[in-house]
Design a protein around this ligand. Structure first.
Ligand SMILES: Cc1cc2nc3c(=O)[nH]c(=O)nc-3n(C[C@H](O)[C@H](O)[C@H](O)COP(=O)(O)OP(=O)(O)OC[C@H]3O[C@@H](n4cnc5c(N)ncnc54)[C@H](O)[C@@H]3O)c2cc1C
Length: 279
């Protein structure tokens, strides 16, 4: 029997720089059958291994109906992600997954979607945007609020025009600051400012999906509740240190909840009263 923890070899088919410290890696399993059998839900993640370096959870950032390859968008922050940034097309990594629950796509059908992201948090939400774009009639309006540190830190920036072109879709962008010499035609401020000043979504018939730094999500949740959204309408994706990815090691445990298996996506109503204050 194959070990639960044994990764499968995947080959880097393409690398696309997103920002100075982030790139999207397009991967395919070396075993063609494994690749054709592989499927995942938006918001799920893989455990990615580089031999001799380590393993980390990384969200799948490509559309669910792309079957020949899958993408990981990775920011260089520590050992594994730095090692990843030195790899090239044709190099291999280990992958096991997909893990986690993913976004509640079934519940989102027929509803308006308010999608809120900060920084690399747009990576696990990109498959939601792609799913809405490819199956437009299955969903109501789509409004995207996205914040990055500077204009150069915006992920997937070459896709924004396409997203804006999807019917009944709005995209609002903000950055914390605009360095001298940068051109920026959008907002400057926090994502919460977009909620205050730009957001058009109303609570009725809307599902909110959100991923970003926890401090951002904490204040955005507050702002949404103040505008009449109910905790049960809000889904957040949480990040915790993980070792196994399959609820065996306890690294990502929060009270009774394992973020790797019960999450990483949680309904805010489920987590708001946990003893460990989450958001
Ligand atoms: C479900 C999920 C999905 C994710 N998706 C993505 C994604 O799509 N793209 C992406 O780039 N990242 C993603 N991450 C984050 C990524 O897994 C982490 O940043 C991972 O730690 C990177 O590994 P590393 O070896 O490069 O960095 P590490 O060496 O683990 O260091 C990363 C950061 O964590 C700090 N750190 C190190 N050890 C500890 C510790 N014991 N406790 C607290 N902090 C510590 C370091 O100082 C550093 O700032 C995801 C995480 C989760 C849980």
């Amino acid at each position: 029997m194959r070990s639960l923890f044994k990764p499968e070899t995947a080959v880097i088919k393409g690398i696309k720089a997103q920002t100075p410290d982030t790139a999207t890696y397009t991967l395919a399993f070396a075993d063609a059958k494994k690749q054709s059998d592989y499927s995942f839900r938006p918001g799920q993640f893989n455990m990615l291994t580089i031999l001799g370096i380590g393993e980390a959870p990384i969200s799948i950032s490509s559309p669910v109906d792309e079957r020949l390859t899958f993408d990981h968008t990775i920011r260089r922050v520590g050992n594994l992600t730095k090692a990843m940034s030195s790899l090239q097309e044709g190099d291999t990594v280990g992958i096991r997954g997909p893990y986690g629950n993913g976004w509640p796509v079934e519940e989102m059908r027929g509803k308006n979607i308010l999608l809120i992201a900060g920084g690399i948090g747009l990576a696990p939400l990109r498959p939601v945007i792609q799913q809405v774009a490819r199956h437009r009639r299955d969903f109501g309006s789509l409004e995207i609020l996205y914040g990055a540190r500077t204009p150069a830190d915006g992920m997937f920036s070459d896709e924004y025009a396409g997203w804006r072109g999807v019917s009944d879709t709005k995209l609002w962008l903000t950055v914390d600051q605009v360095p001298d010499g940068n051109r920026w035609d959008h907002d400057v401020g926090l994502v919460t400012d977009l909620v205050e000043d730009r957001m058009e979504s109303k609570p009725q018939n809307t599902v909110v999906v959100m991923c970003g730094p926890e401090i951002m999500m904490k204040f955005v949740v507050k702002a949404l509740l103040a505008r009449g959204f109910k905790p049960g309408q809000i889904y957040v994706s949480l990040e915790r240190r993980m070792e196994c990815g399959v609820a065996k090691c306890g690294h990502c445990q929060m009270g009774p909840i394992y973020v790797c298996k019960d999450g990483p996506v949680f309904n805010y109503a489920e987590i708001k009263d946990l003893p460990e204050e989450v958001l």
